[in-house]
Design a protein around this ligand. Structure first.
Ligand code: UDH
Ligand code: NGS
Length: 356
């Protein structure tokens, strides 16, 4: 009897242990099952998400292998295509006629200019359709409240530029507001804004009131920076001084970038063109010019504009170009784009360039 009691007492913990063991096994099994189910559904949801993204990309045409072309890239691709089927335009365009009559006594209307230049595309863009132009040229015009001058400029220049067989675009950079005018800063803005539109290689910077009197004065770039308005009527068809670089000039993109673009701190009239000349000279470049005959041009007579009085600081500034040119230029340009209008004969870019 005693021994039975003892056996029963020793059997009870073994039954408890077995029960505990089985319960634990069951719990572990349940946990494993739970984890497996969770992992299974998680992996499935990942597959669905990846498939959804891929599906979306294909529907929107944005699958990585074929990213969408923006307007600039599309035009580049179009150029490459044209380059394969068309020959390069000749060095000298056969369409040039030489000396031109230029006068400003009869006003012109934009409607007439549009009708006479049907080959010009919106934004003032053009390229020859029977050959590939030798250069892609952006023409940049600093501007404020000179609409009558701009009409004459468009009237005379569009036909000339087409005869010159250039691939060009006209960018009028309009200074917003009534603060002091800043020609060189507007030209820097023109460079930046034109580059957003097309792969321009050459930049022609032109005052709005200067018209060439000979279409052999080609509005393109050369191996050295070019001064185009070399013999103006107002100076008796001569250069006012040897270093004069105002009016109309042209530079290859690389030439422009090598001098850090133009100064941004010449507010008011005068000196900014001399600063640009200094920059070029300090970089060891020389000025290329057409002959006095080919380089003849007329200026539309006008009074001094309001808010463009002679800048009293200009003499001091041009004596320090060497020290300032790498601090002040295209690398330090700030402005607010107010509007960009793609008009029939030109692209009008209105900007807030601040004040002195
Ligand atoms: N510009 C404007 N609006 C302005 C000022 C300048 O569009 O209010 C542009 C325009 O492209 C102009 C260029 O900046 O051609 C150069 O400015 P400017 O024509 O005033 O400079 P320019 O040296 O004449 O040709 C200076 C005034 C001379 C007055 C003579 C009065 N008899
Ligand atoms: C110089 C100016 C230039 C100007 C040129 C012609 O004296 O900015 O006259 O001016 N330089 C300085 O003042 C330092 S014009 O006769 O076209 O008004 O371009």
């Amino acid at each position: 009897m005693r021994s039975e009691v003892i056996r029963m007492a020793s059997a009870e913990p073994s039954v408890n242990f077995n029960l505990l063991h089985r319960t634990c096994k069951l719990v572990v099994l349940l946990c494993f099952l739970h984890i497996s189910v969770t992992v299974f559904f998680y992996v499935r949801s990942l597959d669905i998400r990846v498939a959804f993204v891929q599906n979306q990309q294909t529907r929107n045409g944005t699958a990585e292998a074929h990213p969408p072309l923006d307007a600039k890239e599309a035009e580049q691709a179009e150029d490459e295509q044209a380059g394969k089927s068309l020959k390069k335009c000749p060095e000298t365009s056969p369409l040039l006629v030489g000396p031109l009559r230029v006068e400003f006594n009869i006003p012109v209307s934009l409607d007439t200019v549009r009708k006479e230049n049907t080959g010009v595309r919106p934004g003032g863009r053009y390229k020859p359709d029977d050959c590939v132009a030798l250069q892609k040229v952006a023409i940049v015009i600093p501007f404020r409240k000179r609409d009558e001058h701009l009409k004459f400029w468009l009237y005379y220049l569009h036909p000339i530029l087409q005869r010159q067989q250039l691939d060009y675009g006209v960018y009028v950079i309009n200074q917003d507001g009534d603060e002091i005018f800043n020609r060189a800063k507007l030209l820097n803005v023109g460079y930046v804004e034109a580059m957003k539109e097309y792969d321009y290689e050459c930049f022609v910077f032109s005052d709005v009131d200067l018209i060439p009197m000979d279409d052999r004065n080609i509005y393109k770039c050369f191996s050295q920076p070019r001064h185009l308005s070399v013999s103006m009527d107002k100076f008796g068809f001569r250069l006012p001084y040897n270093q004069y670089f105002g009016g109309v000039s042209s530079m290859m993109k690389e030439q422009y970038l090598s001098i850090n673009g133009f100064p941004n701190n010449y507010w008011g009239w005068g000196g900014e063109d001399d600063d640009i000349y200094n920059r070029l000279a300090y970089k060891g470049m020389t000025i290329s010019r057409p002959s006095g005959e080919v380089g003849k041009c007329r200026m539309i007579r006008h009074e001094r504009d309001k808010q463009n009085e002679p800048n009293p600081q200009r003499f001091d500034r041009i004596s320090h170009t060497r020290q300032t040119m790498y601090k002040d230029g295209i690398n330090y340009l700030s402005y607010k784009l107010v509007s960009k209008e793609t008009l029939a004969l030109y692209t009008k870019i209105t900007v807030d360039i601040g004040k002195p």
